[in-house]
Write a protein that binds this ligand. Structure first.
Ligand SMILES: Nc1nc2c(ncn2[C@@H]2O[C@H](COP(=O)(O)OP(=O)(O)OP(=O)(O)O)[C@@H](O)[C@H]2O)c(=O)[nH]1
Ligand SMILES: [Mg+2]
Length: 355
């Protein structure tokens, strides 16, 4: 799963990307020329995996990951093609929005106005989707004159609705779309349909806003607002883990903005983690919400899906409370589940298999 970092030049994308990777990334700001985006595989922080590792002391501990891509600054007009290209194949967008005042960093539109920048990026995505829809509709109308196909007709009806929605300046991510239609149109990779994290990059003088969860106001469907302070995060990324705790305490914060950003992105992508635990490895595995046990076993190994017999499942919270599989079994908290069981976030799963 891949999230693309987008935003105006100077909004703080590379600063945030560097913090995410905790390593210096070469700058991709190279407007005008086609530049290769930077990709970082980022660990999804998970206290549960750490706890399991402290109990089992496994040889290997593995966290879930998300890929983040740093896409060069969006400039309207001339380079639109270049920039929207890499945007098309990501699963979610992280829009880094300039909200810090700093005369040393020019804003391409002259003034700092986060809500305007949010509207403007959405407008770009909406225009691109309208263009794709017009093209597709033209074709569909021609095809429908030649053949009567209920599938094509319902696609046409949906696209007409979607066009009206977009003309109303609303992104497709806020429209509720029927699952069957969703499958049909997936290939178009509509830009405004991608889930969106709005990362509001606030100034150092504004960080009291981070207390109390750091959520930046009203949320819309498939959208999450997260407050971060790029400069502060860059400082935090330099600290050792024990220093970091002291630093967060000094500012009255419970966790870094990056942790919130990564978690929001994971959630928005519709992803959850189930866990496996043992002496060899403790690990978080990524699945889509709603995945059944048979398919989830396949995330570990395709053979496990094929030869699946049943899954032994315990909730992480019970494991933590009772301290191990033996006492869970005693208390009847270790359940046997079949192939069709819907796996939940934080389930500790052991797959029993034949063959
Ligand atoms: N004061 C302040 N400056 C910041 C903050 N975050 C980023 N900056 C500065 O803003 C400038 C631009 O940041 P970048 O991270 O390079 O921005 P970008 O979005 O990658 O820009 P392009 O690659 O040109 O599109 C740099 O000088 C950063 O140091 C912040 O939270 N506070
Ligand atoms: Mg950059």
């Amino acid at each position: 799963m891949k999230a693309g970092i987008v935003g105006l030049p100077g909004s703080g994308k590379t600063t945030i990307f560097r913090v995410l990777t905790r390593a210096a990334a070469p700058d991709v700001a190279d407007h005008g020329r086609r530049s290769r985006p930077n990709v970082a595989v980022v660990k999804v922080p998970d206290r549960r995996v750490e706890f399991l590792a402290s109990v089992f002391e496994p040889r290997k501990t593995t966290f879930a990951t998300i890929e983040f891509v740093d896409i060069a600054g969006l400039i309207r007009g001339r380079t639109r093609e270049m920039v929207l290209d890499p945007v098309r194949d990501v699963d979610a967008l992280v829009h880094v929005v300039r909200a810090f005042p700093d005369d040393a960093v020019p804003h391409p539109d002259g003034t700092v106005d986060a809500e305007r920048d949010i509207r403007n990026l959405d407008a770009e995505l909406i225009l691109a989707d309208l263009a794709s829809i017009e093209k597709r509709l033209e074709r569909l109308e021609m095809d429908l004159k030649k053949i009567k196909d209920p599938g094509l007709a319902s696609e046409r009806d949906f696209l007409v609705q979607a066009r009206a929605w977009l003309e109303d300046e609303r992104p497709l991510r806020e429209m509720s779309i029927d699952a069957a239609i969703e499958r049909r149109i997936r290939g178009f990779a509509f830009l405004s349909a991608k889930p969106m994290v709005l990362a509001l990059n606030i100034g150092e003088d504004d960080i009291e806003r981070l207390r109390g969860g750091g959520r930046g106001g009203e949320s819309r469907p498939n959208t999450e607002r997260v407050l971060v302070c790029g400069r502060l995060e860059a400082e935090m990324a330099e600290l050792a883990p024990d220093e970091l705790d002291g630093f967060l305490d000094d500012y009255g914060l419970s966790e870094s903005g990056m942790v919130r950003l990564i978690r929001s992105t994971y959630r928005l992508l519709g992803l959850i983690s189930f866990l496996t635990a043992g002496d060899a490895e403790c690990r978080a595995w990524t699945i889509r919400r709603g995945t059944r046990a048979g398919r989830a076993a396949g995330a570990i190994h395709t053979d496990l899906e094929k030869h699946f017999i049943r899954a032994e499942v315990a909730a992480f919270d019970d494991f933590e409370k009772h301290g191990g599989f033996a006492s869970l079994r005693e208390k009847g908290l270790l359940r046997l589940e079949g192939r069709d069981y819907e796996v939940r976030d934080g389930d500790i799963v052991t797959v029993r298999h034949g063959g």
